[in-house]
Write a protein that binds this ligand. Sequence first.
Ligand SMILES: [Zn+2]
Length: 432
Amino acid sequence: MKQYRVRILAAALVLVLLAALCPPHAAEAAAFKDVPADAWFAKAVDWAIDREITCGLTAETFGPGRYCTRAQIVTFLYRLDGQHPAAKPADFSDVPARAWYAAAVGWAESAGIVSGVGKGRFAPNYACTRGQVAAMLWRYAGQPQTGGTNPFRDVRPTDYHYQAVLWAVQNGITAGTDAVHFSPNQPCTRAQIVTFLYRMNGGRIDEPIDDPVDESTEPEQPEPGPLVVIDPGHQLHANPAKEPNGPGSSVMKAKVSGGTYGPASGVHEYQLNLTVSLMLRTELERRGYRVVMTRTTHDVDLSNVERAKIGNSVHADAVIRIHANGSNDASVHGAYTINMTKNNPWNGNLYTKSRALSEAVLNAFCARTGARKRSIWDTDTMTGINWSTVPVTILEMGYMSNRAEDLAMATAAYQQKMVLGIADGIDDYFGR
Ligand SMILES: [Zn+2]
């Protein structure tokens, strides 16, 4: 059973986020358009690239003014330290085992550098504050106790980062944001963090303050986009074994059914669902969302309960389950969405949000594709919905039993329209 779980996680949790994993484009600081040669942090970026501590956000951008996330800072420290395996895996509910930062968080937790933000969470995508960064660097250095005077009005002896800031000042790692302020609650920028690491390792940057940012340029938005889980319905082989259709329910349903088939196109529903879902992932990421897929291949064994639990475990802001339909009546065509009823005994509290998601997705989908808009179905018969603890909708994109719709859905052009429609609907739902 346990092995099974691990396999599910390994197969299913593909967290796609910016940064961290060095892409094949061997990055060079000189190639970053946003790191001018005379920038105060240019030497630090050069050093960090050279040491393979970071590789920039893309081949051409380093993102110096962007805020450093907690996942990024532990990854930088982990790489600086030589990427030693952790004594044990990260133990936070929001750090999936397959996340790009999971090994780094596990290492940092084992080494006593981080302990999370409470309630068993690590908050990997939150911007790291300057106070938090100082504390992490200080713990990494072995928590040396230092005396000396505190130059900062906004750092007090009772602060958890007090010793850390004193140590950082005395070792020339930080100079504050001006002569009397450290600004511990300000998010740490990527330019600042590489500067701290560079100075901690003997590098010299003779700037009087950490980040003489041009006041006229606001740092880019630090907030990562909403997290969307995409569940491409069905899989290569159905699993007829039963599972309860809701937590504690006595109604048992097949773990995952076979799905439908398009006789005109020769396409199976599980194939169409994944094709559209992978395109949707690309489109949503392009629009700034974070995306988790429940599956990226056909040969998986993931029940509807397990699929729902993936959305729950990553605290998805929305889950979209991609399906197509079949009918004995070949003339039936069109799209609709499905959500729970108001009175659903397990998650009726999610009705308003889920219904809004269903409406937004269906409206935008039909606007882009021209598909017939059928009515939204409120039902408590769907296992994958009943087990969800986050807003969820099922999209039935069209009928594979209808020749015209089946053939259209098999074309790249119509698939692109469907994807843009779904993405527009998700934008509408989040008000983006
Ligand atoms: Zn289906």
